[in-house]
Structures are given as structure tokens and as C-alpha cells.
Design a binder for this molecule. Sequence first.
Ligand SMILES: [Zn+2]
Length: 247
Amino acid sequence: MEPKKTEAIILRTRDFGESDCIVTVFSSLCGTLKGLAKGARRSSKRFVNSLNIFSHVNLEFRDRRSGDLVWLDSCELIDGFPGIRADYALLLRASYVAELTETLFPINVPSNEMFQLLGWALGAISDGRDLEKTMIVFQARAVSIGGFSINTSKCGLCGRAYKGEGRALFHPSSGSIVCMACEKESALTPGIGPNAVHVLTQLQSHDLPAPDSLDCDKEMLTELSTVLAAHIEHHIGKRLRSAHYLT
Ligand SMILES: [Zn+2]
């Protein structure tokens, strides 16, 4: 099998046998990959300092004749995002973005756009700036790339167009905002103001914005993070393990 090259982010490693590792990465070329790194736990030059979780690397690998596991030939560090490992709160957020990426894009579901988003989010988390905004941008872009954007154009129950005025509600089972005539605000159908709806629409439909360019007050951030968490949890049918630590 011909070797292939790709950039990748290390999502997880576990020891295998006496000196090998099984490494799960998210790659720009083929999405989630699981590979066997032979001899990685010996002082192997092919993997030196490059298999730490969340590291951004250049990877060389070969497909095997059968099964999902690939052979990892070598791995070279591009950026280790050292800030993440120095702070537990940052580590939890990085765990969440990695877990959501792998859940939305399992093995054999490639997305270079998702790879770029993951790398951007880990860089922003490692720098520790605008964390709340970073997580909102990541979640909104991830649902958009994953093909399950929140409908913000009309009520998901009666179909009435939303004109960007007045408070709306988020309705998880229809993945949509709904109007106040159709539902009442509750923990299950959280409220969202017109400014937050506008920001969400922008985030879902445009390329990655800089988090510091997001004009959000505290209330909008709370609304957006509540709505996105409810939407993601409903769509994937479970709460991510790492999501428990974010609230
Ligand atoms: Zn309605």
C-alpha cells in the first residue's frame, strides 16, 4: 500500500502490546482515523514528541488490506498547543471539541472544513482567550458543517416567518426556533432574543469569524450556549461525556 500524508489532530492514544500505541486522530484527508503506531513507546524517531493528545501533526500512514485500522508510519509535530495541558479548564473544553468532532465525523466521514475548525478551536482554547465565544463559534460552525443547522428563518411548528423582531423559543425536536404563540418558554424550550438569533444565523452561514468580532453581551452568550447545547444533545441523542464538565 502506498503511504499517504495528511495533517491531523491527535484525539486519543492508548497503549497496545509492549511497545505499540493505538492512536485516534482527526485528519484533514479522511476525517477520523485509527492507526497502529509500531514501536511508538520506545524511543522511536518516527513518533518523537508528537503523540500527545490534541497535538497538531503531519502524519504518514498506509491503509491495511482489511479493517478500519491503518498503519501509522511517522508523525511530526506542527503545534502541541501547550496551553491546553497547563490548565484543567482548558483541557475540559478541548476534550469537548474533540469528542464532538469524533461524534459528528466518525471513521470514513471526511471533512476538511471540520478539520480546520477543530484546529482553530484548539488554538483559541490553548491561548485561553474569549473562551465562551470560542465554544459558541465552534458549536455553531460544527452543527452547520455537520448538516444540522438550527432553522432561524421561521417557526418550526406553524411556519410563520421570523422577521428578526421579538423573542423566540428554541424547540429541540424540530431543530428550529418557534414562535411564542406555539410554545411557552421553559427549560425544554429556552428563550432566545432577536440579537442572539441574528448572531446564530451569521455563525451558521458564514466562514469562521474571529470570536472577538462577535458583538455579544452576557445574556446573548448564555442564550446561545443554552440553545446550542440543547440542539447538539438532541441531535446526537446523548449528552457528550465532556459536556458534563462545561456547566
Ligand atoms: Zn409558531
